[in-house]
Design a protein around this ligand. Sequence first.
Ligand SMILES: O=P(O)(O)OC[C@H]1O[C@](O)(CO)[C@@H](O)[C@@H]1O
Length: 528
Amino acid sequence: MDATALWQRYQDWLYHHEGLGLFLDVSRVRFDDSFVAQMQPKFEQAFQAMAELEAGSIANPDEDRMVGHYWLRDPDLAPTAELKHDITSTLEKIHTFAQKVHRGDIHPPDAPKFTDILSVGIGGSALGPQFVAEALGAIDAPMAIHFIDNTDPAGIDRVLAQLNDRLATTLVIITSKSGGTPETRNGMVEVKHAYERQGLNFAQHAVAVTGIGSRFEKLAQTEGWLDIFPMHDWVGGRTSEMSAVGLLPAALQGIDIDAMLAGAKDMDAATRVPKINGNPAAMLALCWYFIGNGKGEKDMVMLPYKDSLLLFSRYLQQLVMESLGKEKDLDGNTVYQGIAVYGNKGSTDQHAYVQQLREGVPNFFVTFIEVLHDRNGESVEVEPGATSGDFLSGLLQGTRQALYDNQRDSITVTIPSVTPRTVGALIALYERAVGFYASLVNINAYHQPGVEAGKKAAAGVLDLQRQLVTTLDKAGQPLSLTELAERMGATDKLETLYLVVRHLHANQRGVSVSGDFSRPASLTIAPR
Ligand SMILES: O=P(O)(O)OC[C@H]1O[C@](O)(CO)[C@@H](O)[C@@H]1O
């Protein structure tokens, strides 16, 4: 396409949201008019399905529940007065709680104010709060936030060591919709121990964000935690940033959560428009379908050219991959759907993997996120007539052009600056695009059956470990791996037993091993 035709295409497809100051450019994705016409009927169905979802239909048939994250930013849309009340009262409760914590009305037992937040959660109960903290957390925020989002003992120790002197003034938020996620439970138990070691009362520092009636809710009630915030069953983990999951930590950090909600609400309204060109989420879904042939054949590389948006790709990894990565479609056909997402930030990644993007295997498309406002305050010229921000902008444009020249498609989302309002809008934009794309490829975006298999297998390994230690204790003599497996009736699990023994040995726990780990048959295992 020559420069004149490309410029025309740029203008024909340029989306601009005046209120948000957001632009979307899809001109560097090579679909043509006939493709758009061919997709029209599928989009009509997608718009219809989305309208039904917003009206409260059972959009997640497997789990028999409604999907209501759009109501969080526009409670008037909630299908019943009761749901509307749940949303508005939770928001009010968050505001009041944050104000009281900031004023010191709610304070730790032995100090006038809480200084820090320790958030314990994983997946949708961590990624949104982490992204928002990185994007919007101020250096002089009223409270600094820290995260435990794994069951890695060394990782937990690192966070607790950083907080050591301030544990007495740290507010702990335990977030789990199900209230039964092992990593989060472990994090909570470890944090509780840390408080007890310092002679502190954990309950008087703890807040739960959890599903109504969950195990965590009951525990928090029994132990008398500071407060409990509800997660409603119609909000999925990966779309929960605008529920108490995201809003509570954001409000405590002094982030304007009403502006986040307003930005998302405006974007929701813009993506409710039932047409392709003119609806930014539909435009994204159209591009994803075109580029990946409706089968996710190409990966989505997210490149925000702004350090504070570093975690957007990680946040989107869950939103996109947990929603779209499905074996079966809604009719039960095996489809193996999904779109892989990765990326960090520009221009940094240009010095890491952009070489491959420009010249290597063409199995991706890039989404550039451009931020127009460079910084608050004046910029020095780093060379005559150019600032650091000019370089950042030039590098984005240059990479976009270099990729296009080599047949690599890209999308560019432009926002005026990184604010609560634009961050809310970005989240809403991608939530809706994922919803549309799921309709286009006929899958359920709102369940995650695949995650269960790994959880069940992990539980099986831990059961085997307990059985192993009991068997060894009973035997009272060293056993080879094979003898151990025979006594346990687990001769089909020799490899798992070997891996468990190796891990226990590395941590001096429960077993004493002699022999050579590189020759499993040489090992003898005794109780410690
Ligand atoms: O909030 P919960 O119930 O602890 O779940 C955490 C995450 O685990 C998952 O269920 C996957 O295992 C995610 O969908 C969810 O965001």
